[in-house]
Unconditional design. Structure first.
Length: 449
């Protein structure tokens, strides 16, 4: 399918982070955008302010006439009335990933894949390239603070795209260059087991046209086709590496070595070794595209981060509050570790909202181990997202496996009252569900203390 001549596009699930980026792309081309989502959010309100027309009721009568293309997300249930109507009436209906693949085919795409790290890496890379004078377009999986958006419109041939493994979406892409940040088991409700998930990553990598930069310990080397050039990266290991890392709050400082050069004492605005690792990969691509050292230094220092990725929401002389999207055990370990590096002498309290029944069931032991690194844990109920409950699966299966004695199971509805009564030094809210809606109220509580 070609995307020429489209006048009206309808998005079923327009408020999703990937869907909204695609909607913003078409909106920037002057195409009329309509859509449905389950609830009104800050993001959907922003889309409406940008001229898109959105409603929040699954009601076929609210669909406008003359729709040329329908885009939907796999998170939409099969029972959805509007999506069923479009399919039955013979409208052109495409998954978000299919449309993203069509968009990418006439551009030089840089695909950033990984079970975690891809949003931050994509945003860092976009900021690096644009600072270096490469006017790239970008589709991001989070709201980048430098652009206040998850979509960046550019005029060059280059486009940065998150290559999403959920529902095998990234198999729609054929990038020129690629980064693979991680391949930890996830989405086992889709894949069944880690081996099947890894095979899909191998298939994706072999669709790349030129160079793949991958974390040095990922099993890609023996699974690649002859046309591919593989370059590995890491911290203190790999052909491209970050070395001499130290925390000097609020910055992390490191040396970057590889591709025949050394960049000394790079000052980076995002804390944590995992973010230094993400920056290491992004710098490699920037260097391949001939970015100059002074521009790389400038971009790393001026990068403002991504909403809900280790985002500082409140700081005072004796209190710090950090909000993070972490919803996989490895992401929890990284976020908690970064907080420990920055505040080694303070007590860290975290509120964690598990995301998906299936993920909680698959990784209960790993979640418990990650949370045990905290001084105090408040564990909320599971946020179901697209799933129906699984018998016997609640937050208690994580709670019961934790060694940390300073823990409590808490209803979200009474969380604010609990926090108001605590002596907080460092507070973290963690999870990909709706815990973010409480952030402004938590900030108010801390500001009163």
């Amino acid at each position: 399918m070609k995307l020429d001549g489209l006048k009206k596009i309808y998005f079923v699930g327009i408020g999703g982070i990937g869907m909204s980026a695609l909607a913003r792309y078409f909106n920037s081309l002057g195409i009329e955008i309509f859509g449905y989502d389950k609830v009104e959010t800050v993001l959907t309100k922003t889309l409406e302010q940008e001229g898109m027309k959105i409603h929040y009721e699954d009601n076929v009568s609210l669909i406008p006439n003359g729709i040329d293309l329908v885009v939907y997300t796999p998170a939409i249930p099969k029972t959805h009335q509007e999506l069923t109507y479009f399919l039955e009436q013979g409208y052109p209906v495409k998954k978000r990933a299919e449309v993203l693949g069509i968009v990418s085919r006439n551009r030089k795409t840089i695909g950033v894949a990984g079970t975690h790290g891809k949003t931050t890496t994509s945003a860092i890379l976009t900021h690096l390239l644009r600072t270096c004078g490469i006017d790239c377009t970008a589709f991001l999986g989070g709201i980048a603070e430098n652009f206040n958006s998850n979509f960046v419109a550019g005029k060059s041939d280059w486009v940065v795209m998150e290559a999403d493994e959920f529902d095998r979406s990234f198999l729609q892409l054929n990038p020129e260059l690629a980064i693979v940040t991680s391949m930890d088991a996830d989405h086992l409700d889709i894949y069944g087991n880690k081996e099947a998930m890894h095979q899909t990553f191998f298939d994706y990598v072999n669709q790349v046209n030129h160079t793949v930069y991958y974390k040095y310990d990922l099993p890609l080397k023996d699974r690649k086709k002859d046309h591919l050039q593989l370059e590995n990266y890491g911290i203190e290991e790999g052909g491209i590496r970050a070395t001499n890392i130290r925390a000097e709050a609020p910055y992390f400082i490191f040396d970057w070595e590889g591709m025949g050069t050394v960049l000394k004492n790079l000052k980076f605005s995002l804390p944590g070794h995992h973010n230094v690792l993400n920056a290491t990969a992004a710098i490699a691509v920037a260097k391949q595209l001939n970015c100059e050292e002074d521009k790389i230094r400038e971009a790393l220092l001026s990068f403002k981060g991504i909403k809900r990725r280790f985002e500082f929401k409140y700081t005072s002389a004796n209190q710090v509050y950090i909000d993070d999207y972490a919803h996989h055990p490895e992401e929890l370990k990284a976020a908690i570790g970064a907080a420990r590096n920055l505040y080694p002498d303070r007590q860290i309290t975290a509120v964690f909202q598990p995301h998906l029944y299936s993920r909680t069931k698959d990784f209960a032991q790993e979640f418990a181990a990650a949370l045990d690194a905290l001084d105090e844990v408040i564990l909320l109920d599971i946020y179901p997202a697209r799933e129906l409950p699984i018998e016997g699966v609640t937050s208690a299966i994580i709670f019961d496996k934790m060694q940390n004695k300073n823990k409590v199971l808490q209803k979200k509805e009474t969380l604010l009252e609990t926090l108001a009564a605590k002596e907080i030094e460092v507070l973290m809210t963690l999870g990909a569900g709706d815990i973010g809606v409480l952030v402004p109220d938590i900030v108010k509580i801390l500001a009163k203390n």
